[in-house]
Write a protein that binds this ligand. Structure first.
Ligand code: AMP
Length: 206
């Protein structure tokens, strides 16, 4: 079983790379943001507690996140493994994960701050979210909050991953195909299908 975490700032390509990896190797892609958006579309009890906070760009509280993640991971529906996208984002979330799951590698998509700001602001102007769907939290005010949350709470976790010997840093400024190929090589996975073919099919399914 392969157990990976993918992390990086907004606009680093986490969603795209986790979809590519999962599709190529039959891993289950677990995106906490997508799970929350599902709850909002279906007006669940969880939705009532997260909608306002998510739209503001702030992080949802650890207890709600932990519950949703625990229920998801307890399904054990992974044949070959999973890629966790957007979790952990805080120290308590990381501690919960490492106490319960033996994570193989944390893939960090490294993108310099100035490129992050440029990509994020372009996204805000276009009103486009990851996967090219419009997101309520892709407006300048919410994006600013999301970046602040990332730099103050999520980025410091890299030090923990490094100490645990799990951190894999990949240059996230390259093209989608190049990043995918670098990640595959570093994880010792053969890319199987050329990234361009995979990308076309992934984009067709978002
Ligand atoms: P994402 O699609 O990964 O950008 O997540 C969208 C939003 O969902 C974030 O801005 C947070 O409000 C919430 N969210 C997703 N993952 C987490 C997490 N691990 N902890 C707290 N909030 C999260």
């Amino acid at each position: 079983m392969h157990k990976y975490i993918i992390c990086g700032p907004q606009g680093s390509g986490k969603g795209t790379q986790s979809r590519l990896l999962s599709q190529a190797h039959d891993f289950v892609h677990i995106s906490i943001g997508d799970m929350f958006r599902w709850h909002m579309q279906h007006h669940t009890k969880v939705a009532a507690r997260i909608t306002r906070i998510m739209h503001s760009g702030h992080l949802v509280s650890d207890d709600i996140v932990e519950k949703v993640v625990r229920e998801r991971l307890e399904q054990h529906d992974f044949n070959y493994g999973f890629v966790l996208d957007g979790f952990p984002r805080t120290r308590p979330q990381a501690e919960y994960l490492f106490e319960n799951w033996d994570v193989d590698r944390v893939i960090y998509l490294d993108v310099p701050d100035e490129i992050v700001f440029e990509r994020v602001m372009r996204r805000a102007k276009q009103g486009l979210g990851s996967g090219f769907t419009k997101r309520a939290d892709d407006n300048p005010a919410a994006l600013k909050v999301r970046l602040e949350e990332y730099y103050t709470k999520t980025k410091p976790l890299l030090e923990l991953y490094r100490q645990k010997g799990r951190l894999l840093t990949v240059d996230g400024t390259k093209t989608i195909s190049e990043v995918y190929s670098d990640v595959s090589k570093a994880l010792g996975l053969s890319p199987l299908t050329p990234a361009a073919d995979l990308l076309a099919s992934v984009e067709a399914n978002v």
